[in-house]
Design a protein around this ligand. Structure first.
Ligand SMILES: [Zn+2]
Length: 500
């Protein structure tokens, strides 16, 4: 039965025109993606046993093993030297063991000040700090006049001078960049909101931070945000009146020096994590690759709470499994895609899109030949703008780099899926900025066209209550099929989609 079916449609594809038409094969393999199988996989990877799949930790490794085991069982072959993973090194630090002394006072990190970058090598800085006013240099207004801050620590005042007209509005970032340019090794600025933020986002600040080992720079400028209390005491010691500065602004440089001691010895851990690779070589244009991603990591455990991440991004992860199986089934029937497909569950997303960043910096297949990235992150629930049962998905990014990608995506949906495609979050001005918040962004910033599939946040987002029984598997199936069908079209159409 299968054989006859195959030959029949092999003939059919030979006559396929370039216009997008209903493709029986695409529809047939899409049907192999089922709610039942998605559910089966999700109940495993989002179970407590997987400990919230935290990057670099045991649960993530278990999820990786599970993915590889399944990809192998589908008959997918490893990529030569990679086998089924692209490993990368990470550095993890917590923000403790930092002591700061200004003049004769000592201050506490995450109470009196915050510090960046998030990963800093062990070091001691003993220096004078120079109070340089607002840190602005333009036309008539110049805080750096007759001042050499190379190798020095500087204090920059937040805001803008009260009485002087400036040529432009200087942002804090511009002021910091200028101080870096001038060679300051340490920049302190006052942050009036810091005290409240340290309380409000205590959890975020105290959480361990991770970076890619290859991103660690030896001589990054250290930046300290100071609470009003620290600022006041510092300026007072420098002989300035804080109340006056607060009211009238700081118009002159204060060349009084203040001794400054910073001792950093943050607890450091070296971790390894992995992107998982399921590669399906194309039959006609194997060098052109469609990349599908979903992050299989989540945020781990906290005490006895397990963050299962069933929706985030368990749904995307199991979608990758089902899509890989569907394509591999096509391969087995000699109906494999013309272009290659790389199905890549990535890790490190919750720590800052690290796995996809590593891939885009170290691509296995050149990004110039990467046709598109379809990224799936949270597709199993309903957000507050929709009711249970609504047939919708948010699409983000589809028209940003290639209008052809957008057309393909719409047409595929019209032909097969008929899901309401909601572009609310595709708006450049949307405050949620979802375009920048999942793994597709690391492809988009390298000029690879992307589509991000997403069904919105819900009350269990990033809580231990994001669990498997709350997922709508039929909905997940519909969106997973749409992603598969779009990938199928991108891989099989005559011409590669164009950037415009
Ligand atoms: Zn996510």
């Amino acid at each position: 039965m299968k054989r006859i079916f195959t030959t029949l449609f092999l003939a059919a594809t030979c006559f396929a025109s370039t216009a997008q038409e209903f493709d029986e094969n695409a529809a047939k393999y899409a049907k192999s993606i089922t709610a039942g199988e998605l559910k089966e996989h999700l109940y495993i990877i989002a179970s407590d046993e997987f400990e919230g799949r935290e990057t670099g930790k045991k649960g993530q490794k278990m999820a990786m093993e599970y993915l590889i085991k399944n990809f192998k069982s589908f008959g997918i072959k490893p990529i030569d030297k990679y086998e089924f993973t692209q490993p990368f090194d990470l550095i993890e630090q917590t923000t403790t063991n930092i002591s700061l002394t200004v003049g004769n006072e000592t201050y506490t990190v995450l109470k009196d000040f915050s510090i960046s970058p998030s990963i800093i090598q062990k070091q001691k800085i003993e220096n004078d700090i120079i109070v340089i006013g607002y840190g602005i240099e333009e036309g008539k207004y110049n805080n750096y006049k007759d001042l050499d801050v190379k190798g020095k620590a500087v204090f920059i005042m937040d805001g803008l001078p009260k009485k002087t007209e400036l040529e432009k509005e200087w942002s804090l970032k511009e002021k910091i960049d200028l101080a870096k340019e001038k060679g300051a090794v340490l920049i302190v600025y006052n942050s009036p909101k810091l005290k409240d933020n340290l309380v409000k986002y205590e959890h975020y600040y105290s959480k361990p931070k991770l970076v890619l080992k290859q991103d660690l720079k030896a001589d990054e400028t250290i930046i300290i945000a100071a609470t009003s209390k620290l600022t006041e005491q510092m300026l007072t010691q420098a002989g300035m009146k804080w109340k006056r500065v607060e009211k009238k602004g700081m118009n002159e440089n204060n060349l009084e020096k203040l001794s400054f001691k910073l001792d950093i010895d943050k607890p450091t851990q070296y971790l390894k994590s992995e992107n998982v690779l399921a590669f399906i070589p194309g039959t006609e244009k194997p060098e052109e690759v469609v990349v599908l991603t979903a992050h299989y990591d989540h945020i781990g455990v906290e005490g006895d709470k397990v963050f299962n991440g069933a929706d985030d991004d368990g749904t995307g992860t199991v979608t990758m499994l089902e899509i890989a199986q569907a394509f591999q089934q096509a391969v087995a029937d000699s109906m494999g895609p013309k272009r290659s497909i790389l199905i890549m569950p990535v890790s490190g997303e919750e720590k800052g899109l690290l796995g996809s960043k590593y891939y885009s910096n170290n691509p296995i297949f050149p990004l110039e030949n990467t046709v598109a990235n379809l990224n799936v992150d949270m597709i199993g629930r309903y957000d507050e703008n929709h009711e249970e049962g609504d047939n919708y998905v948010y699409l983000i990014g589809s028209d940003k780099l290639s209008s052809e990608l957008h057309e393909v995506s719409e047409k595929v949906n019209d032909l097969y899926s008929k899901i309401e495609l909601d572009y609310t979050f595709n708006d450049e001005n949307d405050p949620n900025r979802f375009y920048y918040r999942s793994d597709h962004y690391n492809f988009a910033k390298n000029n690879v066209p992307v589509i991000f599939y997403f069904s919105g946040v819900h009350e269990d987002y990033h809580k231990e209550t994001d669990t498997v029984e709350k997922i709508d598997y039929e909905k997940t199936e519909r969106i997973a099929r749409l992603v598969f069908l779009t990938a199928w079209e991108l891989a099989n159409r005559e011409e590669k989609i164009k950037l415009d």
